[in-house]
Design a protein around this ligand. Structure first.
Ligand SMILES: Nc1ncnc2c1ncn2[C@@H]1O[C@H](COP(=O)(O)OP(=O)(O)OP(=O)(O)O)[C@@H](O)[C@H]1O
Ligand SMILES: [Mg+2]
Length: 237
């Protein structure tokens, strides 16, 4: 289970051709906290999350882990912005995440049922993944995360396709998961109201740079940058 560690980002850059889409000079993410990652379309949220997950190579800079863990020892879960669901059953779509672990079949089954219950999909365990709605697919993709024991959970707009009841339900599931595991969570979201509900700290990106970083309330109510004020001017928080 989670030990104390800090993910340290230094001089991290991502370039596509001659365009720099991410340029993070310095940012630390500390175990035990939930972070909201906010910022407008194209500001680099998904790029940063993909780099943290390891699926995207860095152009320059360093992503290190300090404390009682190493990058290799951390169990990292990544839920992409577009949820992927396989054609087979919802149950198997979630059980997939436990494949290769030495768990007994009964335990796998119990965990999968519990994760599906937590996201409100228990009644659809036998449905085929291919027939799911966008919001249902997102719930299944999230259950695939919650069924695991993770140290770091990276969620890219996990409720973007969900209705308000689904959003509240999975936010509660995330809270329970954090309480149980102590997992560090980083969630990209477009809704400051959601950021406030689910995180203690917030990071705001603008054009690939960190323009705000601190306690969520402070970032959302008293941004110090012009970009932060501009972004939040559209929201009544
Ligand atoms: N494979 C790629 N090739 C070229 N440009 C890319 C590629 N992937 C991302 N980009 C560009 O990088 C920038 C950052 O994209 P990213 O997906 O990280 O933004 P985002 O903050 O997640 O936006 P959104 O809120 O729309 O999800 C965008 O301008 C995007 O067009
Ligand atoms: Mg994105």
């Amino acid at each position: 289970m989670s030990s104390h560690f800090t993910i340290q980002i230094e001089g991290l850059q991502k370039r596509y051709g001659d365009r720099t889409v991410l340029d993070v000079e310095s940012l630390s993410l500390e175990s035990g906290f939930s972070y909201a990652l906010v910022g407008p379309n194209g500001s680099g949220k998904s790029t940063l999350i993909r780099m943290l997950s390891g699926v995207e190579a860095t152009t320059a800079g360093r992503l290190g882990v300090k404390g009682d863990a190493t990058r290799e020892s951390l169990a990292v879960g990544y839920m992409p912005q577009k949820s992927y669901v396989f054609g087979f059953s919802v149950f198997r779509n979630v059980a997939l995440a436990l494949e290769g672990s030495a768990r007994a079949r009964g335990e796998v089954e119990a965990r999968v049922r519990e994760a599906l219950e937590a996201v409100g999909m228990a009644g659809m365990a036998d449905n085929r993944g291919s027939g799911l709605s966008g919001g249902e697919a997102q719930r299944v993709a999230l259950a695939r995360m919650l069924v695991q024991d993770l140290d770091v959970l990276l969620l890219d707009e996990p409720t973007a396709s969900m209705d308000i009841a689904g959003t509240m339900l999975v936010e509660e599931a995330l809270r329970a998961y954090r309480e149980r595991t102590g997992c560090l969570v980083l969630t990209a979201t477009h809704a400051p109201s959601q950021a406030r509900r689910i995180s203690e700290r917030a990071v705001m990106l603008s054009a690939g740079r960190v323009v705000e970083h601190g306690p969520t309330d402070a970032v959302l109510t008293n941004p110090s940058s012009d970009a932060g004020r501009e972004f939040l001017s559209y929201w009544a928080v």
